[in-house]
Design a protein around this ligand. Structure first.
Ligand SMILES: NC(=O)c1ccc[n+]([C@@H]2O[C@H](COP(=O)([O-])OP(=O)(O)OC[C@H]3O[C@@H](n4cnc5c(N)ncnc54)[C@H](OP(=O)(O)O)[C@@H]3O)[C@@H](O)[C@H]2O)c1
Length: 282
């Protein structure tokens, strides 16, 4: 049965034309018999505030926010949840009684994907490659869940800044290592899970990997949050080295499912979300 009060949802970013979010969320609405719709909105930076005001006054219930507005959007919001405050970035907003609230579901999406693949986080040493927006959300969430974190980023200062913020906000120590083959080789011998959060290997430069194959150890679990292609060069190399591998679709699906929970208080059908994305990317 269709809902009598259809709501509008969407993704805001620039560019957004290749986003898989409309496909994924509309598949959920269809599966659950909800008459809501989800669209992609390519918005220029100067128009962001006006666009959000229009959504607030219209029939919108929620938006996802993507590159490059995850931080910029904060100035237009009325409230931020604890996670978004910690990360200082927002990927989900909800309109409720003219109030706009901001959330961040990226970190939880990553942790849920790890758990779904059978990984425990507490007490594990996790090496995060990268210190950009996604890395920040993942680092805070993994730290909250009791992981021992190591961060390595091409621009060392960004890794140091993230480490300092985690120490100041959560009181947890995070190791920072050089983004060099020798430093990564050394740390990998004591690492349980490696998560690539850099954009290296993403379409169209699909032959690239952020680290050399011979630093990979078969004891290691390797997750790549890049999801296009589904099996990145890093994951191919890791599989060949005997590692357990986890692709980026899990995080994409789980961060979306958490947004749906925030907006509609529903348990999203993960299998449907995964299937439509895999079909599209194949
Ligand atoms: N699966 C999911 O649900 C999901 C969710 C969010 C993001 N992602 C993916 O994650 C990736 C990163 O997204 P983001 O939002 O964190 O982007 P971002 O904020 O722009 O960060 C990019 C990161 O990649 C590093 N990097 C870029 N080019 C590099 C290179 N040639 N060599 C080494 N490092 C390089 C950057 O290092 P510097 O700091 O040195 O520039 C930075 O750490 C993207 O591919 C995105 O599609 C996936």
């Amino acid at each position: 049965m269709m809902e009598e009060n259809p709501k509008l949802f969407g993704l805001v970013g620039h560019p957004v034309q290749h986003s898989l979010s409309p496909l994924m969320h509309n598949a959920v609405f269809k599966k659950l018999g909800l008459n809501h719709s989800y669209s992609a909105f390519d918005i220029k930076k100067d128009d962001l505030g006006v666009f959000l005001d229009r959504c607030r006054d219209g029939n919108f219930l929620g938006l996802n926010i993507t590159i490059p507005y995850k931080v910029d959007v904060i100035r237009y919001l009325d409230s931020l949840d604890e996670k978004a405050k910690l990360v200082n970035a927002v990927n989900t907003i909800k309109f409720e009684d003219k109030i706009i609230s901001g959330y961040n579901t990226d970190g939880l999406g990553c942790v849920r994907a790890l758990e779904e693949a059978g990984e425990k986080i507490k007490g594990k040493r996790i090496l995060i490659l990268g210190a950009g927006g996604a890395a920040r959300a993942i680092a805070f969430q993994c730290s909250l869940e009791g992981a021992e974190l190591v961060i390595s980023n091409r621009t060392m200062e960004k890794a140091m800044k993230l480490s300092k913020e985690i120490r100041e906000k959560l009181g947890k120590r995070t190791l920072v290592v050089n983004f060099s083959e020798s430093s990564i080789r050394e740390i990998i011998s004591t690492t349980d899970i490696l998560i690539n959060t850099t954009s290296v290997g993403m379409h169209p430069k699909v032959r690239r990997s952020p680290i050399a194959t011979d630093v990979l150890d078969p004891e290691l679990t390797v997750m790549d949050i890049v999801y296009n292609p589904i099996e990145t060069q890093l994951l191919k190399n890791a599989k060949r080295a005997g590692c357990k591998t986890i692709d980026g679709i899990g995080m994409l699906v789980h961060q979306g499912a958490e947004s749906l929970r925030i907006w509609l208080d529903i348990k999203a059908p993960i299998d449907v979300m995964r299937r439509v994305i895999v079909e599209k990317l194949k």
